[in-house]
Write a protein that binds this ligand. Structure first.
Ligand code: SF4
Ligand code: SF4
Length: 154
């Protein structure tokens, strides 16, 4: 099998600009699967019902973090994340999302077009193994989320 386009690694270092935590049209979605909902609710010392009521928006049968004033409800004024230690896999694995890594055009469109950390030529180089692991982790979390049904009410 041919090497992926990122076989030589990708430079990236988050500048904490907060842009990726703001709504961007079709990308205004942070999905949270059941395990993630439980993890964040626990860290906030909320019951699952309280957590869902305060922080979750539904998209059909899917669970998303609420956005308020165009930004994720957990984004602090200084662009730090209120749930940094327990944030969803979608956030943890950014920008090496399975969908974005399919080809360089996707990475340009969904990451480099707005993320300054992905354009820094001096940023640390992330190697193929690390990128692949994060991409796979992202894909698994998304698969779990898509597999959830109404049997998992909160
Ligand atoms: S857009 Fe990029 S640099 Fe800005 S907070 Fe998100 S990951 Fe970090
Ligand atoms: S959970 Fe944290 S990292 Fe993820 S979008 Fe919200 S503020 Fe950003």
């Amino acid at each position: 099998m041919a090497d992926p386009w990122y076989a030589n690694g990708i430079r990236f270092k988050c500048t904490q600009c907060g842009v990726c935590c703001h709504a961007k049209g079709e990308l205004a979605y942070v999905y949270v699967n059941q395990e993630e909902r439980r993890r964040i609710a626990g860290a906030l010392e909320k019951t699952l019902e309280e957590f869902a009521s305060e922080y979750i928006a539904m998209d059909g049968r899917f669970y998303l973090l609420k956005f308020k004033d165009g930004k994720c409800i957990f984004l602090n004024e200084d662009n730090s994340c209120r749930v940094q230690e327990v944030k969803p896999t979608q956030c943890l694995t950014f920008p090496f999302h399975h969908d974005f890594m399919q080809d360089e055009e996707s990475y340009e469109k969904y990451v480099r077009s707005y993320c300054p950390g992905s354009k820094d030529e001096t940023a640390p180089l992330h190697d193929l193994k690390e990128i692949s692991e994060q991409s796979n982790e992202n894909a698994v979390a998304k698969f779990i989320h898509l597999s959830e049904t109404e049997e998992f009410p909160v």
